[in-house]
Design a protein around this ligand. Structure first.
Ligand code: ZN
Length: 240
C-alpha cells in the first residue's frame, strides 16, 4: 500500500487535499464532539455544541454565543503540523492543485499555502456586518463580552458557517471544480460519508482517492486507498 500510494503521489501533478477534523485534532485542535468534551460542554452550558454554535444562538443570544465561542473555540486554536509543511512543499514543487479545507482553523493559510478553498470559513476572518471592516482573533479575545466594531459599534460576525446556515454555494462550486481538475485527491481526516465532502469529491473523475485517517469509518469505502494511524506520520511515509 505504501509503495503504491507513494508512486501515485510521485506521478501526480494536480493534487487536491481535503482537510478535516482528524487533521485538526493532530494539530492540537479540539473535537467538540469527542465524548468527554461534549459531556463537559453540555454540563457547563446546558446545551450541546451544535446549539451553541448555531445561527439561532448567534442572532438571539449573542452574549452566550461569544462566551462559548471565545472560551471553547478560540482558546484552543491549533497550529499547522508537518502535514501542512508537506502540502506547502508540494505547492512549491507545482504539484498541488489546491486544498479544500473543511475546518475553520485556517491551518493551510497559517502554513503559507496559497491555493485554499475554505468552504466552512475561518476563525481568522471576522467582520462588521454594517461597514465590513475586518478584525483579527485577538480583537475578539480581548473584547469584554460581545465584540463590536470600533467604528459603528455593531456586533461582529466570525466568518464561519454556523449550524443551521446555508452552505456557501460559490465556495462549494469552486471546491467541486478543483476536484474535477484533480488527478489525485488526498483526504486528511475528513469523513467521506459526509454529504458536504461527497458533494465536492463527487466531481472527481480519477481513481486515486487516498484517505488518511486515524481509524476506520463507514464512509471509507468511497476511497480507493486508505491508510490508518497517525495522519502526519503516514503522510510523511508516502511523500518521500
Ligand atoms: Zn462597522
Amino acid at each position: 500500500m505504501v509503495k503504491t500510494v507513494r508512486s501515485i503521489i510521485r506521478q501526480s501533478n494536480n493534487i487536491v487535499f481535503l482537510t478535516g477534523l482528524g487533521s485538526v485534532v493532530e494539530c492540537g485542535g479540539r473535537d467538540l464532539w469527542d465524548s468527554d468534551i461534549f459531556y463537559s460542554i453540555e454540563k457547563n452550558y446546558k446545551m450541546c455544541p451544535e446549539q451553541l454554535l448555531s445561527a439561532g444562538e448567534y442572532s438571539s443570544r449573542k452574549e452566550r454565543f461569544y462566551e462559548f465561542y471565545k472560551k471553547e473555540v478560540l482558546s484552543y486554536l491549533p497550529k499547522p503540523d508537518e502535514s501542512y509543511e508537506i502540502i506547502k512543499a508540494l505547492e512549491d514543487e507545482g504539484k498541488l492543485q489546491s486544498v479544500v479545507s473543511f475546518n475553520i482553523f485556517g491551518l493551510e493559510k497559517l502554513a503559507g499555502i496559497e491555493s485554499v478553498v475554505e468552504v466552512a470559513g475561518s476563525v481568522y476572518n471576522n467582520y462588521c456586518p454594517k461597514c465590513k471592516k475586518t478584525f483579527d482573533v485577538d480583537y475578539l479575545l480581548t473584547s469584554r463580552s460581545i465584540p463590536v466594531c470600533d467604528v459603528c459599534k455593531k456586533a461582529l460576525r466570525p466568518n464561519i458557517r454556523l449550524l443551521g446556515e446555508r452552505v456557501d454555494n460559490d465556495l462549494y462550486t469552486e471546491a467541486a471544480i478543483e476536484c474535477y481538475k484533480a488527478d489525485t485527491i488526498i483526504v486528511l481526516g475528513a469523513d467521506l460519508a459526509s454529504t458536504k465532502v461527497q458533494y465536492v469529491t463527487g466531481h472527481y473523475k480519477g481513481c486515486n482517492l487516498i484517505l488518511f485517517a486515524n481509524e476506520e469509518k463507514y464512509g471509507d469505502r468511497f476511497a480507493d486507498y486508505a491508510m490508518y494511524g497517525n495522519i502526519k506520520d503516514n503522510l510523511k511515509e508516502v511523500v518521500k
